[in-house]
Design a binder for this molecule. Structure first.
Ligand SMILES: [Zn+2]
Length: 294
């Protein structure tokens, strides 16, 4: 059911300490510990559900990244944020690569792929959830694969992972697979939550982007750099996702049960988080890492 990692997935260090205890607010209501590596300070959910058990933690009316219904204010805001972030996401690949072959890993129902396709990209998707995968295939009228290793003999000049890397069980094997799928001078775009943001340090164990146990890893700029360096990648750009500060704050307020006051708090905390990040090493709520081979 659960497995405990004896060593850090980034540096293989075996000296670990307890960092936080967080609750799964959206599905199981169970509590999970986040461990911190004493050598490289990487944070990861430990113990965690086995890869066989993990899909069970995605079965929720609240877990809407795979669904199209907007039923409450948080879901409505999620759709609003998604609409605006979608526009900026779609423009990003062309800043680094000529329009060509694009692979979106963890593509959900294929919204991003559909927009990328409209912008001229030749698109392929990876999505483990069978229901979302089927919807994505209808959306883009093309094959969507369950896992990157199911793709044979293709190379992509852009690979995108929008809030996906924190979900994959075998982090290192996954990065090796992605490296094999990347064209020689290709670019990988990875967006993840940043636990060094002000909204994270404000909400602590209630920070919605810890999202245990679905988020197995909790990155910051330093640990992301270390992980990528191990796989012979370099970060060529680090970009903010400013709307995430508001959305994550709103969700955190909801978990705290703060009602209408929570809406006001989340606007204030979203603004504070973005203004802090501007002055402090781009510590935004979520970050986009633009990556190339070393
Ligand atoms: Zn470590």
């Amino acid at each position: 059911m659960f497995e405990t990692l004896a060593e850090c997935p980034v540096c293989s260090g075996t000296s670990l300490s307890n960092y936080l205890i967080c609750q799964d607010h959206s599905v199981s209501q169970e509590k999970f510990a986040i461990a911190r590596c004493n050598s490289c300070s990487f944070l990861f959910t430990n113990p965690r559900p086995t890869s066989e058990r993990l899909p069970g933690y995605y079965q929720s009316q609240d877990y809407i990244s795979h669904q199209n219904k907007a039923t409450n204010p948080v879901n409505l805001l999620y759709k609003f944020v998604r609409y605006f972030t979608l526009r900026s996401k779609v423009r990003l690949p062309a800043r680094y690569q000529p329009v060509g072959e694009l692979l979106d890993v963890g593509c959900g129902t294929g919204h991003f792929l559909k927009e990328a396709q409209r912008s001229g990209w030749s698109v392929t998707g990876v999505e483990p959830d069978p229901r979302a995968r089927q919807l994505a295939e209808t959306n883009i009228q093309n094959k969507v694969h369950p896992h990157p290793d199911d793709i044979k003999g293709e190379k992509y000049n852009i690979i995108t992972l929008w809030h996906v890397l924190e979900h994959v069980s075998d982090l290192n094997a996954y990065l090796i697979s992605l490296r094999n799928l990347l064209a020689k001078k290709g670019t990988i775009i990875v967006a993840v939550p940043n636990h060094n943001s002000l909204d994270a340090t404000h909400y602590k164990e209630h920070w919605a982007a810890y999202d245990v146990p679905r988020h197995l890893y909790h990155f910051d700029q330093s640990t992301m750099q270390k992980l990528l360096a191990k796989h012979k990648f370099k970060i060529v750009d680090t970009l903010p996702m400013k709307l995430d500060a508001f959305y994550v704050s709103l969700l955190s307020e909801k978990y705290l049960g703060n009602g209408v006051k929570g809406y006001i708090n989340s606007i204030i905390n979203g603004l504070k988080s973005n203004s802090y990040a501007k002055k402090n090493n781009s510590e935004y709520s979520s970050l986009i890492f633009v990556i190339q081979r070393k």
